[in-house]
Design a protein around this ligand. Structure first.
Ligand code: NAP
Length: 282
């Protein structure tokens, strides 16, 4: 009798760029699991049907990337709190009754990265400043509130988008335009860049950290380059820093555990493997 090979996949349009097969392939091999993790291009028009029929595609679950995350959430029979809050799902699985379930693990990826590389970072539950108000920022605001941060300031070029997030997340969140940055920096315990500024090929993130309290942790979720100008400036000032690659790796953990039954570890070897594949040299 042949063993049942469980199969999962990253789905989206396009999916050629996704590093998920590399990450899950590494864990499958590390744990000696006879499983598969594929790359399946699913156009938005076909996405709802595809997710509703995961089993007939031979899948026990899937990751979902742009532009299908909202469609995937709508196709689900059940969503966890994160996916419900985001209105978007990046991790799907079938439960024991065959229901299609969805989660959004970006916020967990953010938390997992800081928990691993800056243990105790959330102990003081102070004030955080999130730069940017896109999809990643929403997940991170949710994550910070889940760790009981007292105040979360969202600063964005388009202030309206920051306000939309803060309206949704309530009285501990505060929306600002970019001009407020200088004043706000003086009173934060955590600074997170979630804009695409500073990424290879994008405009630089022009920011003066001299006002930032020395104890404040600085995290950039941009991981190409790995050590962004923001992180370099923070290090020169003596602020603790955490880079962004770990968020990408940690967001993959819950899916692997659901599909293959083992909670995998984010190791230095995995970091090095993914960075090498991205052409990012440390
Ligand atoms: P998004 O929804 O497109 O949001 C982009 C954000 O960047 C918006 O706040 C946008 O401001 C801001 N921005 C872009 N160009 C700008 C400029 N010239 N000046 C000022 N602000 C600018 O993207 P996202 O999905 O949130 O992702 C944002 C970044 O995080 C990307 O670099 C992505 O690669 C990275 N990311 C990393 C991880 C990880 O695992 N480490 C996970 C998710 C995302 P406006 O609203 O004013 O346009």
């Amino acid at each position: 009798m042949s063993a049942v090979v469980k199969k999962a996949a990253v789905t989206g349009h396009p999916v050629a760029h996704s590093r998920s097969p590399l990450i899950h392939g590494y864990w499958l091999e590390q744990h000696g699991i006879l499983g598969e993790y594929a790359r399946i291009d699913v156009a938005p028009a076909a996405a709802s049907d595809f997710y509703r029929n995961l089993r007939s595609a031979g899948l026990v679950g899937a990751n979902v990337t742009v532009p299908n995350k909202e469609i995937a959430a709508s196709a689900c029979d059940w969503l966890d709190e994160t996916a419900r809050t985001m209105g978007a799902a990046n991790t799907l699985w079938l439960d024991e009754t065959g229901r299609l379930c969805g989660a959004n693990t970006d916020g967990m990826g953010f938390l997992g990265n800081l928990d691993q590389l800056a243990p105790g970072w959330d102990r003081s539950q102070g004030t955080a400043l999130v730069l940017g108000a896109g999809g990643a920022a929403r997940a991170i605001v949710w994550a910070l509130l889940s760790r009981n941060f007292t105040a979360v300031h969202v600063v964005n070029r388009t202030e309206e988008k920051a306000r939309k997030i803060c309206d949704e997340f309530g009285s501990k969140t505060f929306a600002h335009g970019w001009e407020s940055l200088g004043t706000l920096l003086g009173k934060v315990d955590l600074l997170v860049n979630t804009t695409s500024l500073g990424m290879t090929g994008k405009q630089p993130l022009e920011i003066d950290l001299s006002n930032l309290p020395r104890h404040a942790l600085v995290n950039d979720i941009v991981y190409s380059p790995l050590e962004t100008e923001l992180l370099k400036q923070a290090e020169v000032q003596g602020n603790p820093t955490v880079d962004g690659i770990g968020m990408l790796l940690h967001q993959a953990v819950p899916g692997f555990e659901r599909w293959f039954g083992v909670r995998p570890e984010v190791t230095d070897d995995l970091r090095a493997l993914v960075l090498k594949d991205l052409g990012v040299f440390v």
